[in-house]
Design a protein around this ligand. Structure first.
Ligand SMILES: [Zn+2]
Length: 153
């Protein structure tokens, strides 16, 4: 079920500039952090985000509930004043079973609060709902639920 355009662009949290196919963003990731901006619709967008790399290399499916990211929206946070939030950035969204937009996030497998690192080996794609439920719990290993990531070589 696809949301109507109107609703997509009504958002209290973000000012939204445009909708982009998943591959558009993942194909434009820039590895060089010093020259990582590209101009899109007249704004500079930082394309070296660890979040984009996570989606590119580990997929766009929530490892917990299976919801899949369907499109990116170029947006800017309305309230937060931090530089990172003020910049336009791409957020990935899936559509949940009720037809509502669901933000796809990067989850730290071992939570940062427990010493987990920011490297890709410790990140996995997860929707906002599952991420909120997980909170800062440690990953489970003993009851058959395997952590679904492969060690980087
Ligand atoms: Zn989920």
């Amino acid at each position: 079920m696809k949301p109507k355009l109107k609703r997509e662009f009504k958002n209290k949290t973000y000012f939204r500039m445009g909708k982009f196919p998943v591959n558009y963003v993942l194909d434009n990731i820039i590895d060089n952090k010093d020259e990582s901006d590209i101009a899109i619709n007249g704004v500079n967008v930082y394309m070296s985000s660890q979040r984009y790399k996570l989606f590119k290399y580990k997929g766009i499916r929530c490892i917990k509930c299976g919801i899949v990211g369907e499109y990116f929206i170029l947006e800017q946070h309305r309230q937060k004043s931090a530089y990172e939030s003020k910049r336009f950035h791409f957020n990935l969204y899936g559509i949940d079973k009720n037809g509502k937009e669901m933000l796809m996030t990067k989850d730290h497998i071992i939570p940062k609060s427990k010493g987990g690192k920011n490297g890709l080996h410790n990140l996995q794609p997860m929707c906002m709902k599952c991420n909120n439920e997980k909170d800062d719990k440690m990953p489970k290993n003993s009851n058959g639920r395997k952590i679904r990531w492969k060690k980087q070589n």
